[in-house]
Design a protein around this ligand. Structure first.
Ligand code: FAD
Length: 396
């Protein structure tokens, strides 16, 4: 692996850094901890639009679809610089990291023209309709049905844990289009418009108080045939291809999110201690921070190794599962440190004036618990690593 950047890549980094610093100083990233999810989404939309208008969003997407036509390395530099400046997570992350790349690789020309640009501008947010009450880890068991009627499918069924469905214009939906064939062969992936009659979104309340994810009901919802990604019956291949982007590329972005959290945690420990002495003077806290720093660095190097493979032309592979397991568990350990440093005050929620860091740590800690489940649980990821990376036999 070559860690050196070319002159052009360095110049790209410097001009991006200058732009970001200017925007930060102007307050464009939002200055305070948002009080609600609505505010997170609103701030996020504004910030992503600024990035797009500045020419930075979709750096490695083709120019004809609103991108900059640069390489994957420039995209990584973009993410690194966002992390360095402490940027909030981009709001349309699912679409930017998964739907967009899937459409670029497998979408029709019409689909690319219609859907890609509004993803970059955050005018259209997307959600992922994979999980169902009876199909999570065993994704091939989805039972939401799609029956062809003329040029449209009629969709009926229920999805669950659908993040940001209440803010979404489109859903990337996995359905059973043929119940007669073996389960992996009867699936189709399609684009469903969330604003049409028959789509009902019911928010679920999470333990951190947010309602980030939802139940989504489809009752005779019509989806044009042209909205199928790939071909009818290829849903399993398409769905797995999209999960690969999630576990590899998206994890690269999320490890940047944890670096931002670690920087904040270190700053917090230098200032805060429940008895007035900064926690950073406590040798046990110092060791835990050092461990998190080492883990974060190890994850960065592992992600870069995986990225090198992609730069050489391979699609994201099952190694992304290693990054996903390591990142999600490391993120939880880091937040446990934040909670123990805050001591009894860690129980205070955002909005309580006595809460250290405006209650950010307990909110993030509770959120982090779901990270070892979302995008495939740690058990499932370990199974993939055993079978597809190490070549061990199937467990059953
Ligand atoms: C924060 C968050 C956001 C999410 N967002 C979305 C979203 O936007 N869209 C979407 O479609 N889904 C989303 N999900 C759902 C997520 O993908 C599923 O929760 C996950 O795939 C697990 O499925 P399940 O909940 O049905 O659990 P189950 O599959 O019922 O698993 C229950 C337990 O059994 C274990 N288990 C199951 N099978 C095996 C096996 N073969 N070997 C070993 N252990 C096994 C699991 O590891 C888990 O511990 C989200 C989840 C979370 C937590």
């Amino acid at each position: 692996m070559d860690f050196a950047y070319s002159k052009e890549e360095q110049a790209f980094r410097e001009s991006l850094r200058a732009w970001l610093e200017k925007k930060r100083d102007e307050g464009a990233m939002g200055g305070h901890t948002p009080a609600s999810l609505d505010e997170v989404v609103e701030q996020g939309r504004r910030w992503q639009k600024e990035l797009y208008e500045g020419g930075w969003c979709g750096v490695h997407w083709p120019r004809e679809y609103g991108g900059q036509g640069a390489g994957l390395l420039e995209q990584i530099i973009f993410q690194e610089e966002l992390a360095r400046i402490g940027s909030p997570q981009l709001i349309n992350l699912l679409a930017l990291s998964m739907v967009g790349p899937l459409l670029i690789d497998h979408g029709t020309d019409e689909q690319k023209k219609r859907y890609l640009k509004p993803i970059l501008t955050a005018e259209e947010i997307w959600c992922q309709g994979y999980s169902e009450p009876g199909a999570g880890s065993d994704l091939a068991s989805v039972s939401t049905s799609a029956v062809l009627d003329g040029d449209e499918y009629v969709v009926n069924g229920q999805k669950v844990w659908t993040s940001y469905a209440q803010y979404s214009t489109f859903c990337i939906l996995l359905v059973r289009s043929d119940p007669e064939v073996p389960k992996h062969k009867g699936l189709t992936l399609m684009i469903a418009d969330m604003r049409q009659p028959g789509v009902e979104v019911r928010p679920l309340r999470q333990m951190n108080g947010d309602s980030e994810f939802n139940e989504v009901y489809f009752d005779d919802v019509r989806v044009p045939k042209d909205n199928v990604i790939g071909r009818e019956g290829e849903g399993w291949t398409m769905a797995v291809a999209m999960l690969m982007y999630e576990r590899a590329t998206l994890t690269f972005q999320r490890q940047l999110q944890s670096r931002v959290a670690l920087q904040d945690l270190i700053a917090f420990c230098k200032e805060y201690g429940p008895d007035g002495t900064p926690a950073s003077k406590d040798p046990l806290v110092r060791q835990r921070l050092a461990r998190s720093y080492i883990e974060s660095h190890a994850l960065r190097l592992t992600s870069l190794r995986h990225l090198t493979k992609q730069l050489k032309g391979s699609p994201p592979g099952p190694e992304g599962s290693m990054e996903k397991v390591f990142w999600s568990e490391m993120f939880q350990r880091m937040l446990q440190t934040a909670m123990s440093v805050s001591g009894p005050y860690s129980q205070l929620a955002p909005g309580d004036e006595r809460a250290p860091s405006e209650g950010r740590w307990p909110h993030l800690y509770l959120y982090s618990r779901g990270r070892t489940i979302a995008a495939g649980s740690s058990e499932i990821q370990r199974g993939i690593i055993a079978q597809r990376v190490l070549g061990l036999p199937k467990d059953r």
